[in-house]
Ligand binder design. Structure first.
Ligand SMILES: Cc1ncc(COP(=O)(O)O)c(C=O)c1O
Length: 349
């Protein structure tokens, strides 16, 4: 099977498994695990933050980032299709009691003006206590729903300036910040700079089986450790999985551009086919989103599965494909041929 459903499906390499098996470990709840400590120090350094905390998932690092900044009844502003908004089980409301306010975007990226409008102006005749106070803005870079779109650095700075002027805290969902950096040449530290907290994942394009870090000030990370404990996210010999993340950072960051080239090749290869609506220019990193106009997406995905290619139906007529460590250029060529073959099939429209 050529599995293009997500960049989370890749399996750890033999070298990564070896690094994990041989990792020095201790009880991280007592602060004794040297591999977890090494990972946290490296990630804090890369992101130019004072400290970082290792957690099992990006959902947890996002949600604890939000928990640090907000209290029940506060408002979180974020992109209309953000992962935190649509794919974290309502956790921001359930766990932190936040009210969510969507900011309209162009493929996952909003403007400073749109944020300003969404923050709103309290009417002079309305008591301020009536409103849920805007408290946090979250930016997702790259944007998953936006087809892996990279936030332009100037846009990030403008949005953060508006947020700071309004007294908001800034959180970055940087699950794929590694991809943004690999594609743009802008360091992850530069991307992270305007944010109070930053969540990064090792289990997406970097190819580790498990793990994310939250980074921020030392004080904020002390709170993060407490909240991590509160929801059962502290791990004992966590070094075994932290070693996979360390190996991924060292050996797999440099190859992310291959995934981007493969994603663009896939987009170029299927864009002209009848029944496919896709602009390859929208493919900036490792995510391809397109529409199928000639048959229901469930039929499209099922026929492709029969050809040995897995893609993810997304919405009414959308499909998502991602490239990753376990997808070669030859796989991409086979996937393009498979798409062409099912579209050509008599009766497929
Ligand atoms: C943009 C983004 N943020 C956060 C997450 C959550 O990561 P996890 O699956 O590790 O909880 C994902 C998962 O795919 C994601 O795409």
């Amino acid at each position: 099977m050529i599995d293009l459903r997500s960049d989370t499906v890749s399996r750890p390499t033999a070298a990564m498994r070896r690094a994990m098996a041989e990792a020095p470990v201790g009880d991280d709840v007592y602060g004794d695990d040297p591999t977890v400590a090494a990972l946290e120090a490296i990630v804090a350094g890369l992101l130019s933050k004072e400290a970082a905390v290792f957690m099992p998932t990006g959902t947890m690092t996002n949600q604890i980032g939000l928990r640090i900044h907000g209290e029940p009844g506060d408002t979180l502003l974020l992109a209309d299709g953000a992962h935190i908004y649509v794919s974290e089980g309502g956790a921001a409301s359930a766990y932190s009691g936040l009210t969510l306010r969507a900011v309209p975007t162009d493929r996952g990226v909003f403007t400073a003006e749109a944020l300003e409008a969404a923050i709103g102006v309290v009417h002079p005749f309305v008591p301020v206590e009536l409103a849920s106070p805007p408290r946090i803005v979250s930016v997702e870079n790259t944007s998953n729903a936006g087809g892996g779109r990279i936030w332009p650095i100037e846009r990030i700075r403008d949005v953060a300036a508006v947020a700071k002027a309004a007294g908001l805290m800034c959180h970055l969902d940087g699950a794929r910040i590694w991809n943004a950096s690999a594609a743009s040449g802008i360091s992850v530290g530069e991307y992270a700079a305007p944010f109070d907290t930053v969540s990064v994942c090792f289990s997406k394009g970097l190819g580790a089986p498990v793990g994310s870090c939250l980074a921020g000030t030392r004080v904020a990370m002390v709170r993060a450790r407490r909240f991590r404990q509160q929801i059962g996210g502290s791990m004992r010999q966590g070094g075994i999985i932290a070693a996979g993340a360390l190996h991924a950072l060292e050996h797999h960051r440099g190859r992310l551009v291959e995934d981007h080239v493969n994603a663009r090749a896939f987009a170029d290869g299927i864009a002209g086919l009848p029944g496919i609506a896709l602009d390859p220019a929208t493919v900036e990193t490792n995510i391809i989103r397109f529409r199928v106009t000639s048959m229901p997406v469930a039929t499209f995905a099922a026929r492709l599965r029969d050809q040995g290619v897995l893609l993810l139906p997304s919405g009414r007529d959308g499909i998502r494909a991602l490239t990753h460590l376990d997808v070669s250029r030859a796989d991409i060529d086979r996937a393009i041929a498979a798409v062409a073959s099912i579209l050509d099939r008599p009766g497929s429209s």
